[in-house]
Design a protein around this ligand. Sequence first.
Ligand code: ADP
Length: 293
Amino acid sequence: MAARILDGRALAAELREAAAGRSARLRARGVVPRLEAVVVGADPASLAYVRSLQTAGEKAGVEVRIARLPDDCDEARVRTVLHVLGEDPLVHGVILQQPLPAHLELRRIAEAMPPAKDVDATNPLNLGRLAFRAGTELVAATPSAVMLLLERSERSALRGVRACVVGRSSVVGLPVALLLLARDATVTLVHRRTIDLPSYTRDAEVLIAAAGTPGLIRGEMVTPGATVIDVGTNYVDGKLCGDVAYDEVAAVAGEITPVPGGVGPVTTLALMMNVLTSAEQIASASLRREGAV
Ligand code: ADP
């Protein structure tokens, strides 16, 4: 039997409607939810991405501004810009577009990201917080999208479920593993150095593919009926494809996210929802300061 498709576009449309409602309530209180996307240099893919965020933001009621910095700007300047955005009461979310130019080291800059506005969890503080109380702090957009899709899946009750995460990157694999653990799944985290990958993936009731390797997950690596979430965004001959060999795996799995149309559209909305959450928190904090509530 063919797998049920976990439709990211449909979920994104639902989330967009809810986001627009939250935005309208904020705007009625005089707050315009705003995301600043910091782009260093002129990487065309980065610029195309942040422009796509502007379009998505318009529909979700979030104003997205692009803060462009010259290619040759130094670390201190990027840190200063992040600091200024952190202090600006009109800004609710900040993202730092990657890749950075080669002379800049993400690690040192990431620590300057204002934690309360860090809507894609770039500051190591926000990743670290997941180790203590996953789900209560700002969770990066992609891991958050994985969890939103799982909530809509047949495996929404994750307690005790065998989950395998392929890839241990700090932006996807690791935070997803921590979020799954926080939901009481039994998590196996596998990576490039894992010996005999299929022996782990085959055991999984929930399989998250976040390796950045097109077609890595083959049909015979998946247990019948598994829920498969494909986080891969690979371009092969100019065509977007995931980490999962879709046709083969869809013939075995119980549920599967397509690429495109799966994790991607939900990720954009997860980012917008983080901006709204941050705007709501900042707005209530300022009301409290004014003694209005
Ligand atoms: P992403 O942003 O999708 O997480 P990264 O390139 O940052 O991508 O990380 C890729 C992760 O996937 C790494 O943890 C790496 O070990 C893992 N990975 C890559 N290729 C394979 C593979 N062939 N088998 C298992 N894990 C892999």
